[in-house]
Write a protein that binds this ligand. Structure first.
Ligand code: FE
Length: 158
């Protein structure tokens, strides 16, 4: 016989997974970031294509890419691919809840801006439907200076 017992306990709400917000004054950001990081992360600038950060990116092996501003986990080497565009490219975020997007109508075109959900830092843009042979057909085109690489196996800081 089937019991009609309530199973409400199974539907207990999950703990909130929304990332904690990191808010700092512009002065604090200027102190903590390099001028180039500040220009990109806080002023939505774009680093030069095929720059030093991109050269580094190409050499990096397995690991995690965290936000250069606040350390939130954003991307991983598993979703990295070579798009030949001159900026670090990923087909998906490693930690989707830490990556947000919004419409960007600057420069007269419609683009989708990618930001860190935790500190609201500008990371780059995401383009869809370009025909790359990746599982998502998306290219998260990310400024290398917005990211910090944590090699696999490196001790995680609390
Ligand atoms: Fe961040």
């Amino acid at each position: 016989m089937k019991s009609n017992e309530s199973t409400a306990s199974a539907a207990a709400p999950a703990a909130s997974t929304a990332p904690a917000k990191v808010e700092k004054t512009e002065e604090q950001w200027r102190k903590e970031l390099t001028p180039e990081q500040y220009r990109v992360l806080r002023e939505a600038g774009t680093e030069r294509a095929f720059g030093a950060a991109y050269d580094e990116f190409k050499k990096q092996g397995a690991g995690t890419y965290v936000c250069g501003g606040c350390g939130a986990e954003l991307f991983s080497s598993k979703e990295k691919f070579d798009s030949h565009c001159g900026w670090p490219s990923f087909y998906d975020p490693a930690n989707a809840k830490n990556v947000i997007t919004r419409e960007d109508n600057s420069l007269g075109g419609k683009r989708t801006e990618v930001l860190c959900a935790q500190c609201n830092g500008h990371l780059g843009h995401v383009f869809t439907g370009e025909g790359f042979a990746t599982p998502t057909d998306k290219r998260f085109c990310i400024n290398g200076v917005s990211l910090k690489f944590v090699p696999a196996g490196a001790a995680k800081k609390p």
